[in-house]
Design a protein around this ligand. Structure first.
Ligand code: ATP
Length: 354
């Protein structure tokens, strides 16, 4: 196990600054997920930790040892890639055992270890097959097997599930969590999928344009996004975010809708409310009138798109509640002030810690 530290790490490709002075401590034995939109520098950061990419400046430290200039093979890490990167001419057994062969383990020791790893991943029946005779999920298990066989200090995963179908992705997520809990190894996992990040991570690192926007437990980030970017990026459906003016406990949107808000907030702001915090009532005369536009069923709940003047608002509503609104009549929106998020209109930063 090992803590990973990045100290003021910079990376440029040509004249593009891709990673801009990253300071990051990835805790020992925990599952850390780097998440952010495409091109924000997640993969580059992971590849620098692995030693597959050099750094322009700064330091990388794994388990207390400066590894910035070390070769990947000398860093005691194992990486699992999106495209599995299996050797097509080797059997499953030889693919899994490859790292041990490279460090000259004897044949019988390799065989025993390969069988143990294959059993732990439920692929012991596949050991004589070649990668092209496997499904995507099976190939991914082989790639994971090859990573864990050496018991490295750190596992690095680069979007390992994005080539799998939705059902298999959910299954593999659970397996990866189980594996990490069992082995207790430090994991750094890259994804652009915020939902995947929320479900997998002990620690979530939200990145944008080569910098860290927020880092913490996923539920903390969800409840208290530090700025308007994180607020909009984390959560599905997305947080409703509206620009407007706050005065004397009332928020007025650019289209003239008015909502009750915390009376300590004043000036130009961005007001946010999560879809599940938008309550839809049939009776409450002092709340804004809204028109139901679209109802998307999700089983026990539905996503309801509402139109309030020119303003579109998304709500997530339980089915019981939905009975009252599916006649597309006017309804009203109400929500508790504690559920609101307020951001400065100029710099996007969160205004109060409610
Ligand atoms: P994605 O989710 O799309 O994989 P990412 O956040 O992982 O995105 P990176 O792959 O780290 O992003 O890329 C960050 C930026 O660096 C992008 O603009 C990309 O085009 C650029 N980049 C990455 N690798 C290279 C390279 N070898 N040469 C030049 N530019 C590169």
């Amino acid at each position: 196990m090992a803590t990973i530290e990045l100290r003021k790490v910079y990376k440029t490709f040509g004249n593009i600054d891709v990673v801009k002075g990253l300071d990051l401590v990835i805790p020992d034995g925990q599952f850390t997920v780097l998440v952010g939109p495409s091109g924000c520098g997640k993969t580059t950061t992971l590849r620098m930790i692995a030693g597959l990419e050099t750094v322009n400046s700064g330091e990388i430290i794994i388990g207390g040892k400066v590894v910035t200039k070390l070769e990947p093979k000398d860093r005691d890490i194992a990486m699992v890639f999106q495209n599995y990167a299996l050797y097509s001419h080797l059997t499953v057994a030889d693919n899994i055992g490859f790292p041990l062969k490279a460090i000259k383990f004897n044949k019988s020791e390799i065989k025993t270890r390969v069988l143990g790893v294959a059993q732990s991943l439920g692929i012991q029946e596949l050991l004589d097959r070649r990668p092209k005779e496997l499904s995507g999920g099976q190939q991914q298990r082989v790639a994971i097997g090859r990573a864990i066989i050496r018991s490295p200090k750190v596992f690095l995963f680069d979007e390992p599930l994005s080539n799998l179908d939705a059902k298999l992705r959910l299954e593999m997520r659970t397996e990866i969590i189980r594996l990490q809990r069992r082995l207790g190894t430090t994991v750094v996992y890259v994804t652009h999928d915020q939902e995947e990040a929320m479900t997998l991570s002990d620690v979530m690192v939200v990145m944008k344009d080569g910098v860290i926007m927020q880092m913490g437990k996923p539920e903390e980030i969800y409840r208290k996004p530090k700025d308007v970017f994180v607020a909009g990026f984390v959560g599905s459906p997305r947080m409703n975010l509206m620009s407007g003016k706050a005065k004397s406990g009332l928020f007025t949107t650019e289209s003239g809708c008015q909502f009750k808000i915390d009376s300590s907030i004043n000036g130009e702001i961005i007001w946010g409310i999560r879809p599940e915090d938008v309550k839809i009532l049939n009776t409450k005369p002092d709340a804004p009138q809204a028109k139901v536009e679209i109802i998307e069923q999700l089983g026990p709940r539905a996503i309801v798109t509402l139109q309030v003047n020119e303003q579109q608002i998304t709500a997530v509503v339980d089915n019981d509640h939905l009975q009252k609104i599916d006649n597309r009549s006017d309804i009203v929106i109400d929500s508790s002030v504690e559920d609101h998020h307020y951001f400065d209109a100029k710099n996007g930063l969160r205004l109060i810690d409610n």
